[in-house]
Design a binder for this molecule. Structure first.
Ligand code: BGC
Length: 751
C-alpha cells in the first residue's frame, strides 16, 4: 500500500514539474473539478496566464494609479487592455474612497459585464478586498473591533460573529473574496500590525482564526452571506527580528512548525481556500520564492487545495527589495515555480506577459500553470460567482443594522481589558465632573485605526457621523454639562497641555485617552515602544494636579507606560475597538458593562526586555528580565473570582489516553461578570528547552454573584507534544504541570 502511494506521489511530482498539483476528480467536489477541467480544456496559455493576474481596481480607472479620486471612472483603454486582452482573473480593493453597497455592485457589475460580453470564455472575475474588521471599505458598514480585540475577549463565538458580519456586508457589496483573517502570530510588540492579529499566542490565533474563518465561510462560501476567506501572511510575517513591517524573519523550522504553522494547519482543516504569502524573507529566502514552504509544506504536506496569492507587488519586490532576482521576468519564474498561483500585481499585466514567455521558452512547465489555474477556477466555483456574478438574488436588509451594531458593541465591551483599578475607582459614579483629554478622546479614527474606510484609516472625511467618540459617548452617558474636553496633545506633539491641566483642576476625575495614530504596514513602523513623549507629559502633568486619572489606551501595540502607570488610578486597555468603541469604553468606565477582556499579549515594562510569556527559562535567569508591566492573560473585573483546586482524572496518563481537568470558578463579588478561564501546560523537562508555560485551552463563562461553575477541559496527547529539532512533532514521557488561574496540578505522562 505504502509503496503504491509513494509511486503515485512520485508520478504526481514528475507531472507537475515543480509542484504536486490538485488532481481530485473524486469526492464532494468532483462535479466542480469536472467543470473546471472542461473550461481548462478550452483555454489558451494567454487566458491561463490572465487568470493568474490580480489587478488593483485603480489600474482600470482614469488617472494615475495612486491619485485622489472623488469619482471613479473606468478608463476604456485600460479596461480593454487589462480585462479583455490580458484577461485578468481577479481585481481587488479600492479606487480611493469607500463605496456604498450599490456603488460596489455598479463597479463590480461593470467589470463582470465586460468579461461576460467581451471575453471568449466569460470567466467571472473574482473580486477581493481587505475586509479586516467588518466590510471596512464599504461606506456605512459595521466596523467591528479589530482582531486583537476579538482575541482579548477570549470568546471564540465573537470571532465567528465578526466573521459572519463581515461576510454578510461584503456580499451585500457583491464582494466574494476576503484577504482576512490575519493568522500571523505576532512575536514582536514593535510591529505596527499587531492589532490586525490575534496576538502573540499560537493557540489563541489557531482557535480564533478557525472560528473567524468558519464565520466567514460557513458550510458553503457561495451562500449569499458567506465569502472565501484568505488567511495571511504565509509564513513568518509577524515574527520579524527587527519589529519593522516587511522585514526579515530568522527562525529554525522546528519553531516555525511549533509557533507559526498551527493556525494555518487548523484553518486548512476548516476548509480555507486562499492564502496570501508573507512579504518578508524567512531565513534568507523571500517567502514568495520559498518552494519548500509554499509547495512542499503548504500544498503537499498540509494538502492545501486553494490558491496561493502574493502580497501587494511582491514579485517586483524580489528584484527591488529582496534582490534575489535581477529582473521581473526572473522574479516571475522563481515565484511561480515556488508555488505562487495568483500574482497581486496591482498596476499592470507585465506578470502575465512574462509568464507566457517563460512557458513558451520551457522555463516554467505548462503543468505548473495548469495547476495554478485549476486551483483558481476551483476557488471561483466555490465562491459562487459562476452562478451569480453579483449575488443579486438576495436583499441584504441586515446591512449596517442595529443587530450587527449591537454585536459589534458586545465584542468591543468584552474585549476591553481593565489593567489597573486602584481602590476600585472604577466604575465611576455618573454624577461627577469629568475632564476628557488626550489625542484619542474625540476621535473616531483612533477607535478604528488602519483599514477603516481608507487604507491608512486617518482620513476623517469618511467617518460615520452618527458614531460616538469616547467624548461623545461619555457626554451621552452623564450629560454634556458634566463633561469638558481639552485635547492636550496630538499623537507626538503638544497642543494645549496647560489648558488641559487648568481644566483638570476644576474636574472630579480625569479621563486621559492616549493612543496610537491610525496606520498600517510600513507607515506604522516606530522607533520607540514608549508612548510618545507629549502624551506621557500630558498624563504626568494631569496627575500632578492630584486629581484621579483614568488612563484609557486605544492602541494596537503595548506602548510602554512604565513612567505613568504608577501615577494613574486606573488603566483601561481598549486596543482598537471599532466604531462602537466609544460607547463600549464609556460603558466600562461607568459600569454599564463589567470588563472581561484579558491581554492577548505580554505587556512589556521596558523596551529592552521584550519577552513573550511562553519563553524559555534562561530568560528569567539572574537578572529578572521577565518582569512585564502586565502578563499575557491578565485582566481585572469589577467582581472577583475564586478558583478551586484543579482536579485531574488521573495523576498519570498513558500516551494514548486523554486527561480531564476540572476546576470550580466562583464569583465571590457583588456583580455578575464573565471570566475567561485559561489553562496552561508546562512540560517540566524535554529534549528541546521547554518553555515556562503554554496556553492549551480557554473558555469564557458567565457567573452571577455567588454562583459557582465547574469548567472541564479535556487534554489530548497532541497538547503535550512539541516539535523537536528534527522538525517532527513528538511527545516525551515525563512530568507535566497544569495551571489555571492561581492553581496548579501535576501529572506524569507514560510511554
Ligand atoms: C498587505 C496585505 C493586504 C494587501 C492587499 C498588502 O500590502 O500586506 O495584508 O491584504 O496589501 O491590500
Amino acid at each position: 500500500m505504502k509503496k503504491t502511494a509513494l509511486i503515485l506521489a512520485g508520478i504526481c511530482l514528475i507531472i507537475a514539474g515543480m509542484s504536486c498539483s490538485v488532481k481530485e476528480n473524486t469526492g464532494p467536489d468532483k462535479a466542480i473539478y469536472e467543470k473546471v477541467d472542461s473550461i481548462m480544456s478550452l483555454m489558451t496559455l494567454e487566458e491561463k496566464a490572465g487568470q493568474m493576474l490580480n489587478l488593483g481596481l485603480a489600474a482600470l480607472l482614469e488617472g494615475p494609479f495612486f491619485t485622489f479620486r472623488d469619482t471613479l471612472i473606468f478608463d476604456t483603454a485600460k479596461v480593454n487592455s487589462l480585462l479583455v486582452k490580458h484577461g485578468a482573473g481577479s481585481v481587488q480593493n479600492l479606487g480611493t474612497y469607500p463605496l456604498t453597497p450599490e456603488e460596489w455592485r455598479y463597479y463590480i457589475g461593470y467589470i463582470q459585464n465586460v468579461v461576460k460580453g467581451q471575453t471568449r470564455l466569460k470567466i467571472p472575475v473574482l473580486y477581493g478586498i481587505d475586509a479586516v474588521h467588518g466590510a471596512n471599505y464599504t461606506a456605512g458598514s459595521v466596523l467591528t473591533p479589530h482582531q486583537i480585540n476579538i482575541a482579548a475577549s477570549f470568546d471564540t463565538s465573537l470571532a465567528r460573529i465578526a466573521g459572519e458580519i463581515t461576510a454578510y456586508e461584503m456580499k451585500a457589496s457583491a464582494i466574494p473574496w476576503n484577504y482576512s483573517p490575519n493568522l500571523d502570530v505576532a512575536r514582536n510588540p514593535l510591529w505596527g500590525r499587531i492589532y490586525e492579529t490575534f496576538g502573540e499566542d499560537t493557540y489563541v490565533t489557531t482557535m480564533m482564526g478557525k472560528s473567524m474563518i468558519e464565520g466567514m465561510m460557513g458550510n458553503d462560501p457561495a451562500a449569499y452571506d458567506k465569502v472565501i476567506a484568505s488567511a495571511k501572511h504565509f509564513i513568518g510575517y509577524g515574527a520579524m527580528v527587527t519589529g519593522k513591517d516587511r522585514s526579515f524573519v530568522m527562525m529554525p523550522e522546528h519553531y516555525i512548525r511549533q509557533i507559526l504553522l498551527p493556525p494555518f494547519e487548523e484553518a486548512i482543516k476548516s476548509g480555507l481556500l486562499s492564502i496570501m504569502v508573507s512579504s518578508s524573507s524567512l531565513n534568507g529566502t523571500p517567502s514568495h520564492i520559498d518552494h519548500y514552504f509554499l509547495t512542499k509544506v503548504l500544498k503537499e504536506e498540509l494538502g492545501f487545495k486553494g490558491v496561493v496569492i502574493t502580497d501587494w507587488g511582491d514579485i517586483d519586490n524580489l528584484v527591488n527589495n529582496h534582490r534575489v532576482a535581477k529582473n521581473e521576468r526572473e522574479a516571475v519564474k522563481m515565484s511561480v515555480l515556488a508555488g505562487i498561483d495568483i500574482c497581486m500585481e496591482p498596476y499592470d499585466a507585465s506578470f502575465s506577459e512574462h509568464l507566457i514567455d517563460l512557458v513558451k521558452s520551457g522555463e516554467v512547465p505548462q503543468s505548473r500553470v495548469d495547476d495554478a489555474v485549476r486551483r483558481i477556477l476551483y476557488v471561483k466555483y466555490k465562491s459562487g460567482i459562476f452562478d451569480d456574478m453579483l449575488f443579486e438574488k438576495h436583499s441584504y436588509d441586515k446591512f449596517a443594522s442595529k443587530e450587527f451594531d449591537s454585536l459589534s458593541l458586545q465584542a468591543a465591551r468584552e474585549s476591553i481589558t481593565l489593567l489597573k483599578n486602584a481602590n476600585n475607582i472604577l466604575p465611576l459614579a455618573k454624577n461627577k465632573k469629568v475632564l476628557v483629554t488626550g489625542v484619542a478622546g474625540n476621535s473616531i479614527n483612533y477607535l478604528n485605526n488602519g483599514w477603516s474606510r481608507t487604507w491608512a484609516g486617518e482620513d476623517t472625511a469618511y467617518n460615520d457621523k452618527q458614531k460616538h467618540t469616547i467624548l461623545q459617548a461619555i457626554k451621552a452617558e452623564i450629560g454634556s454639562q458634566n463633561v469638558k474636553f481639552v485635547q492636550g496633545t496630538g499623537y507626538t506633539n503638544e497642543i494645549n497641555i496647560d489648558e488641559a491641566v487648568n481644566n483638570a483642576r476644576q474636574a472630579d476625575i480625569i479621563i486621559a485617552c492616549v493612543g496610537e495614530k491610525p496606520a498600517t504596514e510600513v507607515p506604522s513602523n516606530i522607533e520607540d515602544l514608549e508612548l510618545p513623549d507629549a502624551q506621557i507629559k500630558l498624563v504626568e502633568k494631569l496627575a500632578a494636579t492630584g486629581k484621579p486619572v483614568i488612563l484609557v489606551m486605544t492602541q494596537g501595540r503595548p506602548r510602554i507606560i512604565r513612567k505613568i502607570e504608577p501615577l494613574v488610578q486606573a488603566v483601561v486597555m481598549a486596543y482598537v475597538p471599532g466604531n462602537e468603541g466609544g460607547i463600549a469604553i464609556s460603558d466600562i468606565i461607568f459600569g454599564n458593562a463589567n470588563p472581561s477582556g484579558k491581554l492577548p499579549y505580554t505587556y512589556p515594562r521596558y523596551s529592552g526586555s521584550i519577552i513573550m510569556y511562553d519563553h524559555q527559562r534562561e530568560n528569567d535567569f539572574g537578572f529578572m528580565a521577565y518582569r512585564p508591566q502586565y502578563e499575557f492573560g491578565y485582566g481585572l473585573s469589577y467582581t472577583t473570582f475564586e478558583y478551586g483546586d484543579i482536579k485531574l482524572d488521573s495523576d498519570s496518563v498513558k500516551s494514548g489516553n486523554t486527561i480531564n481537568c476540572s476546576i470550580d470558578v466562583k464569583n465571590t463579588g457583588k456583580l455578575a461578570g464573565k471570566e475567561a478561564v485559561l489553562l496552561f501546560v508546562t512540560d517540566e523537562y524535554a529534549s528541546v528547552c521547554p518553555v515556562v508555560k503554554q496556553l492549551k485551552r480557554f473558555t469564557k463563562i458567565y457567573l452571577e454573584p455567588g454562583e459557582t461553575k465547574t469548567v472541564t477541559f479535556k487534554l489530548e496527547l497532541k497538547d503535550l507534544m512539541f516539535v523537536s529539532s528534527n522538525n517532527k512533532r513528538v511527545y516525551e514521557p515525563g512530568s507535566f504541570k497544569i495551571s489555571i488561574g492561581n492553581k496548579e496540578a501535576g501529572f506524569y505522562l507514560y510511554e
